[in-house]
Design a protein around this ligand. Structure first.
Ligand code: B12
Ligand code: SF4
Ligand code: SF4
Length: 370
C-alpha cells in the first residue's frame, strides 16, 4: 500500500502536559478515548508504548534483503520508523485504531478470481481514499481529548511515513501480525485500516494479542507469486500489490502471468485466511464501491480515456498510480484473459499509445493471444 508523504496534521501549538495526570485519571481518560473512538467509527482502539526493538531487527533484515524494492521511502528515515520518540520527540504512547473497510455491497473478491474477463481491484480501494477519512476522524479524536485535558503533544498518522503501524497495533492489542504480515484479529479478520495518534500522555498500555496462526500456512500456499517467502516475510518485489501500485516501470515478465486479473492491489492472502470468516462489514458510506469498480469488465476500464480515468477516480486511492500504470496493469490482465474479439480489439486500440511502457505491455498481452 502506498505510503503517503508525511503529513503533519494539526499539532497543538504549545505541547504541554495536562496538569492532572494521576494514574486513576489516566485510566478514566483511556476509557473515554476508546468510547469516543467508537463514536467516531473506529471498531477498536488500544494503547502501546514505543519499544519496538524486535520489530526493528526484522525491519533492518527486510531492508538488507532489498525486499522493499523501489520503495525508497522505507529506508529513508533511519531509525525514526522504529523509534516513535525520535520521529516526534516527547512521544510516550501510541493510540492505535482500526477501521473496517469491507463494504457489504461489494462483490466478494473470491468471486472475481473466477471471472478472468473482469477486473479484480483490491477491496480496500473500491470507495473513497481512506487516508483523509481516517486522518480526519483521528484529528477529531485528538480534539476531543484536548477539550478534556487541555493542550497536549500529539501527531496523527495514517499510512504516512515513517511509522511501524502493524507492530504498534499488535502491541496495542488490536490483533497479531499474521504469516502474510497483515494484522489480523480473532473476532474481526484483517479487512481493516490502521491509524495512530502519537502522544506524550502516559496512558496505561494494553496487552498484545496472542498469535493464532498456529500450523496454518494457507496464505503462503495460495499467494499467486510466492511473495510470502517465509512466515511473516513478504518480498514486496514479488507482491502483486507492489507490482500494480508501487512499481512505476515495467512489470517483470515472469510475474505477469501469475497476476491474473488483479489490476490494483491483491487480496488473495486475506481471502484464504480462515479468520476472515469473522470479518464485519463496514457501514461507512465512503467505502461503498464507486462506478461499479467492484466487478467491472477489463475491456471497459481499458477503454477509459485519461480524462475519464481522472474523473472517475477522483478522491480514490486508484488515482495515485496515474493513467499510464492503470493501462499497464489492465494490459497484463487482458493478456491473461481468455482470447476473444473484444479483448484483441481493445489491445489493438492501444498498440500505438504514446507511452512506451503501455505499448510494451500491450505487445506482451497480444503475444499471449497469438
Ligand atoms: C510498505 C507497505 C506495503 C508494501 C510492503 C508490505 C509489507 N509486508 O511490508 C506492499 C506494497 C507490498 C504492501 C501491500 C499491502 N498492504 Co501495505 N503497507 C505498507 C506500509 C506503508 C509499511 C509496512 C512496513 O512497515 N513494512 C516493513 C516490513 C519489515 O514489515 P512487515 O513485512 O510487516 O514485517 C513485520 C512482521 O512481519 C515481522 N517480521 C518480519 N520478518 C520477520 C521474520 C520473522 C522470522 C518473524 C517472526 C517476524 C518477522 O516484523 C516486521 C516489523 O513489524 C504500511 C503502512 C505503515 N506505515 O505501516 C501499509 C499497510 C501495512 N498496508 C496495508 C494493506 C491493507 C496492504 C494490502 C492488503 C493492500 C492490498 N490489498 O493490496 C497489501 C498486503 C500485502 C501483504 N501481504 O503484506 C495496511 C495493513 C492493514 C492490516 N490489517 O494489517 C497498512 C497498515 C496501511 C494502513 N494504514 O492500513 N504494503
Ligand atoms: S497481496 Fe497477493 S501477492 Fe501480495 S503477499 Fe498477499 S497474496 Fe501474495
Ligand atoms: S492464512 Fe493462516 S497463516 Fe496466514 S495469516 Fe491467516 S491464519 Fe495465519
Amino acid at each position: 500500500m502506498k505510503e503517503a508523504v508525511d503529513s503533519p496534521g494539526k499539532e497543538s501549538q504549545t505541547p504541554a502536559r495536562p496538569a492532572d495526570l494521576e494514574p486513576l485519571r489516566l485510566r478514566q481518560l483511556k476509557e473515554q478515548i476508546v468510547a469516543w473512538g467508537h463514536d467516531l467509527g473506529f471498531q477498536q482502539l488500544g494503547v502501546a508504548d514505543t519499544q519496538l526493538d524486535l520489530h526493528e531487527r526484522h525491519l533492518d533484515r527486510w531492508l538488507e534483503r532489498q525486499f522493499h524494492g523501489e520503495m525508497a521511502y522505507m529506508q529513508r528515515h533511519g531509525k525514526r520508523r522504529s523509534h516513535p520518540e525520535l520521529l516526534i520527540p516527547g512521544t510516550l504512547r501510541v493510540i492505535s485504531a482500526r477501521m473496517d473497510y469491507l463494504h457489504g455491497s461489494a462483490e466478494p473478491a473470491s468471486d472475481l478470481m473466477r471471472q478472468p474477463v473482469k477486473a479484480l481491484i483490491s477491496r480496500y480501494a473500491l470507495g473513497r481514499d481512506y487516508h483523509k477519512l481516517l486522518r480526519r476522524r483521528l484529528q477529531q479524536l485528538a480534539d476531543r481529548i484536548e477539550s478534556e485535558t487541555g493542550p497536549f503533544g500529539y501527531r496523527v498518522f495514517v499510512d504516512s511515513a515513517p511509522v511501524l503501524e502493524k507492530a504498534l497495533a499488535e502491541k496495542a492489542g488490536l490483533g497479531w501480525i499474521g504469516k502474510h504480515s497483515n494484522l489480523l484479529n480473532q473476532n474481526a479478520g484483517s479487512w481493516f485500516f490502521l491509524g495512530e495518534i502519537y502522544t506524550d500522555l502516559p496512558l496505561p498500555t494494553d496487552t498484545p494479542a496472542e498469535n493464532h496462526c498456529g500450523t496454518c500456512t494457507r496464505c503462503i500456499d495460495f499467494c499467486p507469486t510466492g511473495a510470502i517467502v517465509g512466515p511473516y516475510q513478504v518480498d514486496a518485489r514479488r507482491c502483486i500489490s507492489y507490482l500494480t501500485i508501487e512499481l512505476r516501470g515495467s512489470i517483470p515478465t515472469d510475474l505477469r502471468e501469475l497476476m491474473g486479473n488483479r489490476i490494483f492491489g491483491c487480496d488473495d492472502c486475506q481471502v484464504v485466511c480462515p479468520w476472515n470468516r469473522f470479518a464485519q462489514h463496514s457501514a461507512e458510506n465512503d467505502f461503498r464501491p464507486r462506478d461499479g469498480l467492484d466487478a467491472a469488465e477489463l475491456v471497459t476500464l481499458f477503454g477509459w480515456s485519461e480524462a475519464e480515468f481522472l474523473q472517475r477516480t477522483e478522491g480514490s486511492a486508484i488515482r495515485r498510480i496515474g493513467y499510464e500504470c492503470w493501462l499497464r496493469n489492465i494490459a497484463v490482465a487482458l493478456g491473461n484473459a481468455p482470447r476473444s474479439d473484444a479483448v484483441i480489439k481493445a489491445l489493438h486500440a492501444r498498440q500505438e499509445h504514446p507511452s512506451e511502457l503501455v505499448r510494451e505491455h500491450v505487445e506482451w498481452a497480444l503475444s499471449r493471444h497469438a
